[in-house]
Design a protein around this ligand. Structure first.
Ligand SMILES: NC(=O)c1ccc[n+]([C@@H]2O[C@H](COP(=O)([O-])OP(=O)(O)OC[C@H]3O[C@@H](n4cnc5c(N)ncnc54)[C@H](OP(=O)(O)O)[C@@H]3O)[C@@H](O)[C@H]2O)c1
Length: 315
């Protein structure tokens, strides 16, 4: 039913699919690292980018799922260049091991898509002792991005092709805790609210991209950083959504995007020429959109950056 929704001046909207938004784009010569690439909209994004010629490295924690995902892509696109690598974003050591292994491959890196995520899970701590949604959705990606940044910059410099970092956020960033981030209490079980914690982590994804974009511009790097809401799509992300809300989500399933539509905004921001030199923006339905006031708060983004550096350098 997403076809009922309109399209913008660029010809794209909620009903646009990943295939449509990448039509005619030659991505050969681009190397992509994509987290959460074994399931959901991640695997569809990988499939689409690979079908356009990109070399896609899908990163995830369950290598059996990874092998199946890779084989399914190769079955439909035998020439596709797709690889899988192990990455558990809820473990900072795993993120470091991934970055080390990637670096040992001596591959270029044009595009980093921070797609993996968990939503509304019961209170849990990551392997490093941080609240799981903040740890997986934000901290793991923050460290991964920092560890791959030199490679992104070097590839952009040697090829002249703009590097792109794409953070998957959500419209749910608006449901965060009062104040945006639960400063000083991120890991406290008391006061934990599974939806506000998801909102907090998704707010962090936007702030991360905005502050990173500011820093990259300041140093004149040919690398952009943006964030996006992919739309509402029925995937395994909803595994912790039960009760009335779960029933409502299933009931309105027909009004939600299909997976190919859900992967469109990521493919647009990662690959489309319209997005050249655009950095620090938030996208919805393949168009620039306005996030919440917390997400536009530059001071909040700077404070979150400093906290994230502090955590990821000590754990
Ligand atoms: N679907 C929606 O309606 C919707 C709406 C707004 C935003 N988003 C965002 O879109 C992104 C993709 O979501 P999706 O709908 O495709 O969800 P999904 O089907 O659940 O896929 C999420 C992926 O992230 C991986 N992942 C989770 N924890 C991980 C960890 N610790 N280390 C490495 N990988 C991990 C999952 O792997 P496992 O299978 O091993 O768990 C899975 O491959 C998320 O960032 C989500 O917040 C989705």
């Amino acid at each position: 039913m997403a076809w009922l929704w309109g399209k913008s001046a660029n010809g794209f909207g909620a009903s646009t699919t990943a295939e449509e938004v990448t039509e005619g784009i030659d991505a050969s010569g681009r190397t992509v690292v994509l987290t959460g690439g074994f399931k959901g909209i991640g695997v569809y994004t990988a499939r689409t980018l690979a079908s356009r010629g990109a070399h896609v490295i899908m990163a995830g924690r369950n290598m059996t799922d990874g092998t199946a995902a890779r084989e399914a892509i190769l079955k439909d696109f035998p020439q596709a260049k797709v690889d899988i690598m192990e990455l558990d974003l809820a473990s900072l050591d795993s993120v470091r091991a991934f970055a080390k292994e990637f670096s040992s491959k001596d591959l270029p890196l044009n595009i980093l898509i921070n797609n993996a995520g968990v939503m509304a899970c019961p209170f849990q701590l990551s392997k490093d002792g941080y609240e799981l949604q903040f740890a997986t959705n934000h901290l793991g990606h923050f460290l991964l991005t920092n560890l791959l940044l030199d490679k992104l910059k070097a590839t952009a410099e040697s090829t002249g092709i703009e590097g792109r970092i794409v953070n998957l956020s959500s419209a749910a960033h608006m449901w965060t805790y009062r104040g945006g981030i639960r400063w000083g209490k991120i890991n406290e079980e008391e006061g934990y609210h599974k939806w506000q914690a998801y909102g907090q982590s998704k707010l962090a994804n936007i702030c991360h991209a905005k502050e990173l974009a500011r820093r990259l511009k300041e140093e004149g790097a040919n690398v952009t950083a943006n964030s996006l809401h992919p739309g509402g799509i029925n995937t395994d992300l909803h595994r912790h959504v039960g009760g009335i809300l779960g029933a409502a989500v299933r009931l309105v399933g027909l009004l939600r995007k299909t997976v190919p539509q859900g992967a469109a905004t990521t493919c647009y921001v990662a690959l489309h020429p319209n997005v050249k030199s655009v950095s620090g923006e938030y996208f919805v339905d393949c168009n620039i959109a306005q996030p919440s006031s917390y997400a536009k708060d530059a001071e909040l983004a700077r404070r979150l950056w400093d906290l994230s550096v502090e955590i990821t350098s000590k754990s």
